[in-house]
Design a protein around this ligand. Sequence first.
Ligand code: SF4
Length: 455
Amino acid sequence: MAIKGTDIVKRLPEGGKKNCKECGLPTCFAFAMKLASGGSAIEKCPYISPEVRSGLEDALAPPIRPVTIGTGANALVVGDETVLYRHEKTFVHQPGIAVLIADDESVEAVEGKIRKLKELKFGWVGQTLRADLLALQNKSGDPAKFTAIVNKVLPEVDCPLMLISQDTDALLAAHALCAGRKPLLYPVTAQNLEKVISAVKAKAAVLAVKGAGVESLVHLTKRLKEAGLEDILLDPGSRDLQSAVRDQTLIRRAALKQGFRALGYPTIAFPCFMTSDRRRETLLASMFIPKYAAVIVLSDIDEHSLLPLLVQRLNTYTDPRIPMSMEEKIYPINNPDAGSPVLITANWALTYFIVASEVEASKVPAWLCVKEAGGLGVLTAWAAGKFSGDSIAPFIRKCGIEGMVNHRRLVIPGKVARIRNELAEALPDWQIIVGPGDANEIPAYLPALVKSWKG
Ligand code: SF4
C-alpha cells in the first residue's frame, strides 16, 4: 500500500516544520505530498537522515517491483503492476512469452524452435506481436550438454534468455557464459540459495525463486534482498490449474492489498511443465495472462497457439482509457509515386485500418496522411478541435508530403466537409477536395478522381 503524504511529512526534519524551501517547494508538507505522488525525489531534501531515507525509500517503492530481464533493445520489463483488476486502472507490463528448448532435443527440433522464435511475428493494429524469451533447460542432467546448447543459441538469438537447471553448478556455469545478457536463472531454492548468492552477486542476473507454496517464498526473497539481489521472480511451485491460479492471486493480493514486500515481485508460470497436451498448455497459458504471471514458459510455439495468446495479451494489457492509435505519419498504399492522390484521416487505429483497406481495394496508388488526433475518429476528433483546418495545415507542412508529390491536391474525409474553407485558407497553395462520407465509397471514388485529373 502506498504511503500517504500526511505520513511522510511526520518523518521530515523537525517533524515536517523546518520549511526551509531548499527542496524547491514552499513547505515540508508540499514536499511530502509531491513525494507521495511520485512528483519529487527524496534526494531533493538534504536534511533527511540516512535511516529515515532508507525507510522512506522502502515505503515509496512500487508494491510489485519492476524487473528487467535481458539487456538492450529487446530487454523485457515486467512487474510494476498496481491493480488487482484491469478495470480498476490498467495492467502495465505485458507478460513475456518464453519458448523452451531442452538440451536433449534433436538438432532439428532445436533449430526449428529457434527459427519459429525469430520468424513468428504478427502485425496487429500497428504493432508487431511476437514471443519474447528463449528458455534453455538442462533436461539431460549433463552439464556439458547444457553448456553446448547455451553456446549454440547465444550467437543466434538476441532476445532475453532463461536458464533452467536442477544442477546448480551447471546453472552457474551457463550463467557465466551469458552474464552480460542478464539472463533469468531458475530455480533458486532453499537448497542452493547461498551458493547462488555468492556466485551471482557481482554479475547481472534475474533470479526466479521456487518454493513449495507461497509461504516458502518469503524467506528466500528476504534473504536475497538482504544480499542486495532484488531482481527476483516468484514461482510458488504449483503445477495444477486450481492451485496455480490460487497462488498467483494470493501473491498479487499480498503485494497490493497488504503491502507485503517479501511477495512484491513479478511471478513466473510454467504451462510447459503442467501438461504434455499442447492444446491444454495453450489454454493454461491463456489463464496466466490475466492471472498475473509476468513470464509464461511454453514447450513450443506455432501460429495457431501463439497468435491467440499474443492478441489476448495485447487486449488485456492495453489501457482501456487510451484508444488504440496509429503513429502520425504518411502511409504509402499500393506503391504511390509523385502523381498519386493524397488523403488525410485521423489516427484512431480503427479509422486507419478501414480507410487504408478501402484505398488498397481501390487499387489506386495513394498517400494516406494520418494526423495525430488523440486516437480519436474523424468526427470526434473534429468535435474535440483535433482535426480542424488550423491543426491539419501545420501537419501537412511538416510531415514531408510536399516534397513527395508534384501536385497540391488534398482529399479530406466527407464527414468533415465543413473544414474545407478554413483548411483552404490555411493551405492556400493546396486544392482541398472533399472525399466520400463513408470509407466504403473509396474504391469507386478514387479511380474516378484520378481519371478526372488525367482529363
Ligand atoms: S528541503 Fe527538506 S526540510 Fe527543507 S522544506 Fe524541503 S522537505 Fe522541508
